[in-house]
Design a protein around this ligand. Sequence first.
Ligand code: JHZ
Length: 410
Amino acid sequence: MPSTFESRCRSCDSDNLEVFLDLGNTPLADRLVSADALDAPEPRYPLKVAFCHDCSLVQILETVDPEVLFTDNYPYFSSISPFLLQHSRDNALDLIERRRLDQDSLVVELASNDGYLLKNYVESGITVLGIDPADGPAEAAERINVPTLCDFFTIDLARRLADQGKLADVVHGNNVLAHVADTNGFVEGIKILLKPTGIAVIEVPYLKSLIDHCEFDTIYHEHLCYFSVTALDKLFRRHGLYLNEIKHLGIHGGSLRLYVEPIEDVQASVSEALADEYALGIDTIRYFEDFSLRVQHVKQSLLALLRNLKAEGKRIGAYGAAAKGATLINFIGIDTGLIDFVVDRNVHKHGKRMPGQRIPILPAEQLIELMPDYVLLLAWNFADEIRSEQNAYEASGGQFIVPIPEPGIL
Ligand code: JHZ
């Protein structure tokens, strides 16, 4: 499977990159292994994380072909999480009010997945267009009346839409900016697609949260970039777009919602975040220098915890066949000798196995029947939601283990 090594910054094209974390060679995090592929070898790709000394962007150096990553059998369906659905609905309702959107407005979402966000606009009679290259989620969106173009968003597609008079009042892009190989092309495409009075509302996991909480498992080949406000501000300005406002969100271990417009009107939320990041030194390699050691510490202490429990004869399962779970188990070396199975609510994942370690994935309802002594929370970002769904498991004496920021029993 094709991949390319990048020696230049994905944002500013500098060659002044410095690697500060090497997670080894890992399999693709969302390439779950189906029963008929158990004998086939799984390709692995280097996972090295670098800092750009010129524009501060943190990024991985390997680009795996997006066709391989996101088209056939992409198993991620946003609508699995009620929390994410509510979070998205609140976002849409807020924008309908703030921007006074009506029947004449157009809202476009890049990476619209199964229509989890746009359906809220459809409900209000607002015209929408979803764009997503993954056929399974795109078909699911069509089934709930969210018109979806099954394609990658590129400058060319933005031009075609603009030529057809399809200019957007709002462009959404949640958890997609980090996923695109042509970072500048994607941002330029947003500029082309937006009305001069339009706004792009984009969510990205926040680099500061990743570093502070040691969320190294959120690093995998789908995520090419890891954003600070400092790096984002530079990226948007290069394309005549302005990061005017940000909100800090708890979702996905700590994210930013970015409000980006063709007109400059920078609010205090942005200037304060830039000042905070400068004070922390996020624009220098020093900020990242001890990260690799901290990651090694999590690896050793989680392995020790799981091995000790096994030595006591305990049975251990896991919850959440998440992409981040694939990084965690493969980097740490958690295999079927330690974890018997992973449960998950997503039916598209059942019957498959986790990449690399080949741990079987079962329906979430089976947890209470199988009743392992401990469950490693691979989807630790949804800990509250999962614990409330599985309260019978805890009530029956089961215990959850969190892997990060410090491995421990809840
Ligand atoms: P989840 C995803 O990563 C995908 P992942 C993507 N790469 C991205 O950018 C990030 O999010 C931000 C399941 N689950 O969403 C669903 C339950 O079973 O944290 C998922 O398989 N029961 C685009 O895959 C997994 O857990 C539940 O109650 O690392 C969670 O994966 C809930 C809430 C989830 O992200």
